[in-house]
Ligand binder design. Structure first.
Ligand SMILES: C[C@](O)(CO)[C@H](O)COP(=O)(O)OP(=O)(O)OC[C@H]1O[C@@H](n2ccc(N)nc2=O)[C@H](O)[C@@H]1O
Ligand SMILES: Nc1ncnc2c1ncn2[C@@H]1O[C@H](COP(=O)(O)OP(=O)(O)OP(=O)(O)O)[C@@H](O)[C@H]1O
Length: 304
């Protein structure tokens, strides 16, 4: 359906939907600090098969979109104008797109403020969805990446949602062609972490860049081997703020078959790489049994 025939849509009918996959920082080096306080990063990111969903529903009388939130983590978010879904809709409108005649529905499956970019993924998915329903004028479409960056440092990478090396403050993106699908365990102990608070605790901002990324990897073991020469520089400051993160990393690392366990983003979600889906499933079942309050997901990241 295009913008022009939307006014004839049956109220409540589906106009489209977009998936907002979780972002995983496989490696995250902090390489400097800009004068404005933002940090320079060098990060390898991949995107998981688990994520939020944004749906657009016809609401012919609406002059601007309303937002409804459902799903397992809906209670973690208030419906307020600064929700990243609504902020993204306003950005779409500011770039010349239409946002009247529809309501938005977010299914929140990713824990809030958890280092896997849930809010950024939602913003990027909203921009993709609205761009499909009501395309931006050609002259403005090229501004989309800059507009996305205005919503958050992680939004441009989430707009791409394919394996990438991110530099600058996260907005300079280079596709990484050789990354295989990675069987992955995601574990969050149910503690939200504030990204600025973690950056504030960082002791050293000028760390070395990532080593060169190979053009191909045989399998997840090869990826894990390369990752061992890299770090997440935000892990130590996040653990200083929230010591239980270290226990989660140790718990995932102790699972049979775990190739590498590390925190993503500014935490507190920890990912574990495994050789195959069966070993991720077994690890997930054991950790769930021991820690029923933790969020434990068996998933995989998409290949390049
Ligand atoms: C840590 C990462 O998740 C890695 O992918 C991102 O850099 C954070 O991305 P994000 O959550 O979209 O971040 P923003 O909402 O833009 O910024 C939140 C806060 O984090 C800090 N921040 C963020 C990104 C960056 N490159 N340097 C920073 O110092 C700043 O204090 C900023 O005010
Ligand atoms: N749709 C949304 N989903 C999640 N958080 C949102 C949303 N809209 C606004 N926010 C706010 O954004 C903040 C950060 O949320 P987000 O889930 O993107 O963080 P994160 O997972 O730590 O991301 P990152 O990996 O970028 O550090 C939260 O404190 C939340 O209140």
């Amino acid at each position: 359906m295009t913008a022009d025939d939307r006014s004839g849509a049956e109220p409540g009918s589906a106009l489209g939907s977009a998936f907002a996959p979780a972002k995983v920082n496989l490696a995250l080096h902090v390489t400097g600090r800009r004068a404005d306080g933002y940090h320079r990063l060098d990060s390898l990111v991949a995107f998981a098969a688990i994520g939020d969903t944004i749906e657009a529903i016809a609401d012919p009388a609406a002059t601007e979109p309303s937002l409804a939130i459902q799903g397992p983590f809906a209670s973690g978010l208030a419906i307020e104008p600064d929700n990243l879904v609504l902020r993204a809709a306003r950005v779409h409108a500011a770039a010349g797109g239409r946002i009247d005649g529809l309501a938005l529905r977010l299914t929140k499956r990713l824990p809030v403020a958890s280092g896997i970019g849930g809010g950024s993924a939602d913003a990027a998915a909203t921009l993709r969805l609205l761009g499909a329903i009501s395309p931006l004028p050609d002259a403005r479409a090229s501004e989309l990446a800059a507009l996305a960056a205005s919503l958050g440092a992680d939004v441009p990478m989430c707009l791409l949602s394919t394996p990438a090396r991110a530099s600058g403050i996260g907005e300079i993106l280079e596709p990484v062609p050789g990354l295989p699908a990675l069987p992955m365990l995601l574990v969050n102990p149910g503690i939200a972490v504030s990204t600025p608070a973690v950056f504030k605790r960082l002791e050293r901002a000028n760390n070395p860049a990532l080593p060169p990324i190979p053009s191909a990897f045989a399998d997840s073991a090869a990826v894990a081997e390369w990752l061992r020469a890299t770090r997440n520089d935000l892990e130590a400051p996040a653990i200083a703020a929230l010591p239980p993160i270290a226990d989660v990393i140790a718990r995932v690392e102790a699972e049979p078959g775990c190739l590498l366990a590390r925190m993503s983003g500014s935490g507190a979600t920890v990912f574990g790489l495994f050789p195959d889906a069966a070993s991720v499933d077994r690890a997930a079942a054991r950790i769930r049994a021991d820690h029923p309050a933790w969020w434990v997901v068996s998933t995989r990241t998409a290949a390049s």
